[in-house]
Design a protein around this ligand. Sequence first.
Ligand SMILES: [Zn+2]
Ligand SMILES: [Zn+2]
Length: 245
Amino acid sequence: MKLRFLGCGDGFSVEQGHNSALLTFADTNLCIDFPESNHASLHQMGMKLNEVKHIFVTHLHEDHINGLSKLALFHRVYPGKAKPKLYVPTGLRDDLWQVLRHGLELTTRGKRVFEDYFDVECVDETFEIAGMRFELIRTQHVPDMLSYGLLCKPYFYFSGDTRLDETYISKVAGEVQTIFHECHMQDDQLPSHTSLEEILTLPVSIQEKMLLMHYVDDYVLADAREPFHGKQKLRLAEPLRVYEW
Ligand SMILES: [Zn+2]
Ligand SMILES: [Zn+2]
């Protein structure tokens, strides 16, 4: 199994793309979230949008879903072997179509529905692709908003957007080799995200399993980054970098 970050910046990043990762395994792929910035990253990898086979949506903030409309239209104009399969947490399905339908519902060939563009599968706890099992983990992003991380044992946990849930992270650290965790890398507290200060409260053995993602472009001035990382021993996800198990 390989995971490649198509983007690892926050919602305002212009340098690193918005946070999204492409998993490849068993001759297929799964994209976690689909921001608009994925198009350029896939192009750099020599992949076309119609080669994306499965997508999982963690939550409905626009930096995680603002490429889905283009993906849907690309597949209609340049069909791949099959429609892309969209795994959507059940509680998000109708709201997601409400977001997308303004650009997709009316066409010159008549009215379209969500399923004309995607093979939509509502998921609650787990789903499986080519024998690989993925578990949805409810996260603590914005109060009352549905948001999820993705667990794929024994390989990784991908937090999605969330505040730090220390209890869960301590538990999952014993079940996976790598934890991809969001961290805005600033000292100030953004109440719906995780700060560097909070990550540094975790045991070093857990920090060593972590790769931080969804961070701001200017977390440290460029020429100060090397000494910064030497001191912190924390790893940051990088766009297009491949992580393999
Ligand atoms: Zn986000
Ligand atoms: Zn978010």
